[in-house]
Each structure stands twice: as structure tokens, then as C-alpha cells.
Design a protein around this ligand. Structure first.
Ligand SMILES: C[S@@+](CC[C@H](N)C(=O)[O-])C[C@H]1O[C@@H](n2cnc3c(N)ncnc32)[C@H](O)[C@@H]1O
Length: 205
């Protein structure tokens, strides 16, 4: 069965959950970013990163750990305990006012936008997948607005009914698009990570 949230059973027995506790990460998802960053050289040439849907902060911890000099702007609906030299915005990534605040901190530019967004699970599979897809769309829009020519977006997506259409739109907007399933992502989970590089802009954009 394909699942969206946490699997049933005792999460304490799960390998990455235990490792996260042991290594001081706030979330097991830290290992997904670690694996993607290593394999796809995600942070090569990157100076400014926007970490969307960042709470509780596992991915932000990994960014800081990999590169102490990165400028990091983290955003979430929920609060997040501080991390050294990270600017945190509590806000909704789908709202223009949040985007304006990101632009104020980043001076309107970024090299990398990452997002690990999950909506509050309602229990209605179709609705949850549709909501997650709109968070992934919002991520791509933010990336399109902030990134330079070689900029990258890494976004979590749940593979549901509108996934192929979403892929088609993303390929029209970015020069390179690939899908990544890191080892730390459960095989039974519908989640996959999309890495899009190089916004295709017309002269007017
Ligand atoms: C799986 S958690 C992210 C985990 C994080 N990457 C980490 O490593 O700690 C998903 C997050 O998405 C956030 N979220 C969902 N909808 C959002 C929205 N519209 N704007 C901002 N954050 C949102 C939730 O508050 C939640 O903290």
C-alpha cells in the first residue's frame, strides 16, 4: 500500500528514526537530504538557500553542517527552534506576503530552493495528495522567481493522479528535471523528490 504520512507500527524501531535521535537531528528526514546532497552535489556553487517547510529543522541542520558559510532562510507555518545564523520566517509559503519577506532577507535572489512540505493529513487520500502537489507547485514558483540561470529546486512531491501533468509543466519551465528516491525514504511512501535545474526564462521574465 502507498502511504502518505508515518507508517503504522512503532517508529522507535525504525532505523533512521533511531539514527536521528542518536545523531541529534530533529527529524529522520535529515538523512534524505544528506543522501541527496551527497549523491547529486546539491550544494556545489550554492551560497544562498531557501528551506521551505523547514520545521522542526532537520534539513536546516544538515545544510548548516555541510557548509558553515551558507546563507540560509528557513520558512514554515509552525515555529522552529533557532539554528545558528539561520533567518527563520514563520509563514505560509503559498502567501505573497511570505514570499516578499523571503525576498527581503535574500535580497531577491537564491541559488537553491528546497522544500519538504507535507500538508496536515486529513485522511482523505485524494485531498491530501492534491494539497501536497499545490505546495510543490508553490515551491517551483518561488524557485522560478528567485533563482539565477543555474539555480536549483529540490521539492518533495506525492505521486498522485495529477503527478504526470505536474512533471510536464515543470519540464517546460526548467532545463533539467529528474526524480530522486533516497534510501532514507520509505519504499512504501508515495513521496519522491524532484530536482529541477535552470529556470527557462523568456526575455520578459
Ligand atoms: C515533513 S515536515 C518538514 C520536515 C523538515 N524538512 C525537517 O527536516 O525537519 C513538513 C512541514 O511542512 C509544513 N507546511 C505545510 N504546509 C505549509 C505551508 N503552506 N507553508 C509553510 N509550511 C508548511 C508543516 O508545518 C511541516 O512542518
Amino acid at each position: 500500500m502507498i502511504i502518505l504520512g508515518r507508517p503504522k507500527g512503532d517508529p522507535k524501531k525504525e532505523h533512521y528514526y533511531r539514527e536521528a535521535k542518536k545523531q541529534g537531528y530533529r527529524a529522520r528526514s535529515a538523512f534524505k537530504l544528506k543522501q541527496i546532497a551527497r549523491k547529486h552535489r546539491l550544494l556545489k556553487g550554492v551560497r544562498i538557500v531557501v528551506d521551505l517547510c523547514s520545521s522542526p529543522g532537520g534539513w536546516t541542520q544538515v545544510l548548516r553542517e555541510i557548509d558553515h558559510d551558507l546563507e540560509i532562510i528557513a520558512v514554515d507555518l509552525s515555529p522552529m527552534a533557532p539554528i545558528e545564523n539561520v533567518r527563520f520566517i514563520q509563514g505560509d509559503i503559498t502567501k505573497e506576503e511570505t514570499l516578499q519577506e523571503i525576498e527581503r532577507f535574500s535580497r531577491g535572489v537564491a541559488d537553491l530552493v528546497i522544500s519538504d512540505c507535507s500538508p496536515k493529513v486529513s485522511g482523505n487520500w485524494q485531498l491530501d495528495v492534491a494539497r501536497q502537489l499545490s505546495l510543490a507547485e508553490a515551491t517551483l514558483d518561488i524557485g522560478f522567481r528567485l533563482l539565477g540561470a543555474n539555480g536549483k529546486v529540490l521539492a518533495k512531491v506525492f505521486q498522485g493522479p495529477d503527478f504526470q501533468e505536474f512533471m510536464k509543466r515543470t519540464k517546460e519551465r526548467f532545463s533539467s528535471v529528474r526524480l530522486i528516491k533516497p534510501d532514507a525514504s520509505r519504499k512504501t511512501s508515495a513521496e519522491i523528490y524532484l530536482l529541477a535545474i535552470g529556470p527557462r526564462r523568456t526575455a520578459s521574465e
